[in-house]
Design a protein around this ligand. Structure first.
Ligand code: GLC
Length: 719
């Protein structure tokens, strides 16, 4: 009899339910018999806690070991607890927010970052991370856009699979690895009006075409946990949504891992108005396959009665408990309940030179050079540089979901420039604030004077890191406060200015774009952000990031995305010229300010000879598409070669452009390289009105370049 079967035969009902709950650690650090704090409202008894077997968002090797020791001492069955945490873009050494890292178009880099984060987190007692988050998103107003990889499922899937590989490795029992949890299933990024937790209404076609693929990719890549999302999808919250939880997740995808609710998401079924009481909430969640209840107490309080009433069976309960126990087995917790937790090792790893190097490279490769009119790179012998703006000396550039990262560990832009040039060549001024109600302009004049004195200016602007992330949505995407006014006056004083912008989302930079000759978007770059910015500004590194999400000209364009249909009255313009009776606006151009796939380099690349291996592609067939790329500039550079397709006529409207594949290459000055893509017919399939995934006979076009800006096109025939 295997261990899981053996344990199930010995466990009481209460012990079984204890495997299906997760609470914050303050409950388990029992300094007294009384339970205080928010969990008191959960009505949990000490007996409940004694069998509770999973801990949320707690780590610190010494404490984790103490909690695990106390638990195992008291548990007659010696079933280890499992410790889970949001290690989203670094544990203590922080790399760019996921939306930034995606712009590197470098899955290997994402894997390297995840390996580093897993080492730090596992040493400090974490065993499972609630990563990757693969929600598909088209609306920059939504705060959690910073956690996503943007508006293209192919990029999201590639980056997520790399994270799973990096975090889990070949064996998640490895003391330097973590188990992963794909989230938030499903459609969370489609929240109406970009307002977090708001309803999501999607057709099956939209759901299958854009919102579901990345979750499936993660399950196929071996993510052993999945977290349903808070939102209602087409009227039913995900954790109680049988279409998502049964028909797709279990029947179509055969997911046999652990499903863990989001924080109190089962309790929220009452707020949604789907459950009349906690017992009904427990029933809905459990019967839809939610194994672990996070931070609500409906399972403890109502599963016994639901069993008595026959609403759920002991067989179903045992199956859920078995899934959790098997996860613990996969993690090797029965052999090593600490999973490599080691206080001394953790301290040595935190912020060590190797880890700083990884995140510095990631910060540089995630940055996107949006504009550069002969301003960058600055010469390294620049005599005096003014670093101006609310982010000039701001440590808060590590991002919202930065786990155990600390602002004080983060290098500011001013420090990065000083590290490169020496403090005597760097002047700083704040100029103004960065909060949405910062109207004080009294600091602008001092900044202008400094700009006049300096040879070059680095203008550091942005939105605060807590203006994005969970629950932090905006109705206005502009630079908060009077930053645009600061930019206008500083740039008027010194044209040799680069605007370095920090943000957790695509911001509306139309005002800045109108005055700034150069714009470098850093996202929230993490611990080494300031050094990475200096590396890029002074040319030690050549920018190579490409946008994975469209930048709107105005919040009024949201949701705006590259893979849009043509409409019956197309009018896709970069310049505002309202046509009337067309799909456009009275007061704004229709194309984004910066398109998906856009990003400049300090060198230039030339594309030529786009060719296909055949003019015809049959069902289940394969075709080779290749293009030659040449570095026509005077410095080495990396280029993300992007292959798009268009299906101009089909049984449903198709996007005017759709990424098929991408390849990141490095070229020395003057060097050429053939880039070859293997395109299968399956890669070009779409979902039709009959819920079928297929292609249809007819023309298919291939394009290279980036969204809205193609350089070469080739057509073939799907026969
Ligand atoms: C949060 C988030 C989820 C996170 C969980 C645990 O509310 O929605 O992404 O993993 O709670 O912290």
């Amino acid at each position: 009899m295997d261990r899981v079967t053996q344990l199930l035969s010995q466990m009481t009902l209460h012990q079984k339910i204890g495997q299906l709950v997760q609470y914050n650690a303050n409950l388990f650090i029992r300094t007294s018999a009384d339970i205080t704090g928010p969990q008191a409202q959960l009505g949990l008894s000490n007996e409940d806690l004694a069998v509770s077997s999973s801990v949320l968002n707690f780590s610190c090797a010494k404490e984790v070991i103490a909690i695990q020791d106390a638990h195992l001492r008291d548990d007659p069955l010696k079933i280890p607890m499992v410790f889970m945490m949001d290690v989203i873009h670094g544990y203590r050494t922080i790399y760019p927010i996921p939306l930034g890292l995606a712009c590197s178009f470098d899955p290997q880099l994402a894997e390297d970052c995840s390996v580093m984060a897993a080492k730090e987190a596992s040493a400090d007692g974490v065993q499972v991370t609630f990563t990757p988050m693969v929600d598909y998103v088209r609306d920059a107003r939504w705060g959690r856009v910073m956690e996503t990889a943007g508006e293209e499922p192919i990029v999201t899937s590639a980056m997520a699979k790399a994270q799973i590989k990096g975090f889990q490795g070949e064996n998640m029992a490895d003391p330097e690895r973590l188990a992963t949890c794909v989230k938030h299933y499903a459609g969370y990024g489609g929240a109406e009006a970009g307002r977090d937790y708001n309803l999501v209404e999607l057709s099956m076609r939209e759901l299958r075409e854009y919102y579901l693929p990345a979750y499936k990719a993660c399950i196929d890549a071996g993510a052993p946990l999945l977290m349903p999302s808070f939102n209602s999808l087409n009227g039913v919250p995900s954790v109680a949504n049988s279409l998502l939880m049964k028909q797709i997740l279990k029947d179509e995808w055969n997911f046999d891992g652990v499903v863990i609710s989001d924080y109190n998401a089962i309790g929220e079924l009452l707020s949604h108005g789907i459950a009349a009481d906690a017992k009904e909430a427990a029933k809905l969640a459990f019967e839809n396959g939610c194994d672990i209840e996070m931070c609500s107490s409906t399972y403890f309080h109502h599963i016994p009665q639901l069993l008595e009433e026959g609403a759920i069976t002991m067989e179903q309960l045992d199956a859920a408990v078995a899934r959790v126990l098997r996860l613990k087995e996969k993690l090797g917790l029965f052999e090593d309940p600490y999973h490599g937790a080691d206080p001394e090792k953790a301290e040595k790893l935190f912020l060590c030179p190797e880890h700083r190097q990884v995140v510095r490279r990631a910060a540089a490769e995630s940055a996107v050079l949006l504009k550069n009119e002969q301003v960058l790179p600055f010469p390294k012998d620049t005599k005096t540089v003014a670093v101006i703006g609310p982010f000039a000396t701001e440590h808060g550039i590590k991002g919202f979901w930065s786990c155990q990262g600390r602002d004080e560990d983060t290098t500011t832009v001013a420090q990065g420039v000083e590290n490169l040039l020496g403090a005597d060549r760097v002047l700083t001024a704040r100029g103004c604030g960065c909060l949405w109600d910062d109207t004080d302009i009294s600091g602008i004049q001092e900044a202008v004077e400094l700009a006049k004195k300096a040879d070059r200016v680095i203008l550091c602007l942005g939105e605060p890191q807590n203006y994005s992330g969970e629950g932090n949505c905006r109705t206005d995407l502009k630079l908060p406060g009077v930053q645009e006014l600061l930019a206008q006056q500083v740039i008027a004083a010194n044209a040799n200015t680069v605007a370095v912008v920090f943000g957790g989302r695509p911001l509306d930079l139309s005002g800045l774009d109108a005055v700034a000759p150069a714009i470098l978007y850093m996202w929230f770059p993490g611990t080494e952000g300031g050094n990475a910015a200096a590396d890029l500004i002074f040319g030690l590194r050549n920018p190579c990031g490409k946008l994975t999400m469209s930048f709107p000209r105005s919040v009024g364009q949201c949701p705006i995305y590259y893979n849009h249909p043509n409409t019956g009255r197309p009018h896709w313009t970069a310049e505002y010229k309202h046509r009337g009776y067309a799909s456009d606006y009275i007061d704004c151009a229709t194309l984004p300010l910066y398109s998906f796939g856009h990003g400049l380099s300090y060198t230039t690349f030339e594309y030529s000879d786009l060719s296909v291996s055949s003019q015809e592609l049959a069902e289940n067939g394969t075709i080779q598409v290749r293009v030659q790329v040449k570095n026509t500039g005077d410095r080495a550079g990396k280029e993300v070669v992007q292959l798009y397709s268009r299906d101009p006529v089909a049984s449903v409207v198709r996007p005017v452009q759709q990424l098929v594949d991408f390849r990141k290459i490095s070229l020395e000055p003057g060097e050429s390289q053939w880039v070859e893509f293997t395109v299968t017919e399956q890669m070009l399939r779409f979902w039709n009105m009959q819920d079928q995934h297929m292609t249809e006979p007819g023309e298919i076009r291939f394009m290279v370049g980036y969204a809205d800006h193609f350089l070469l096109t080739q057509s073939i025939n799907r026969i």
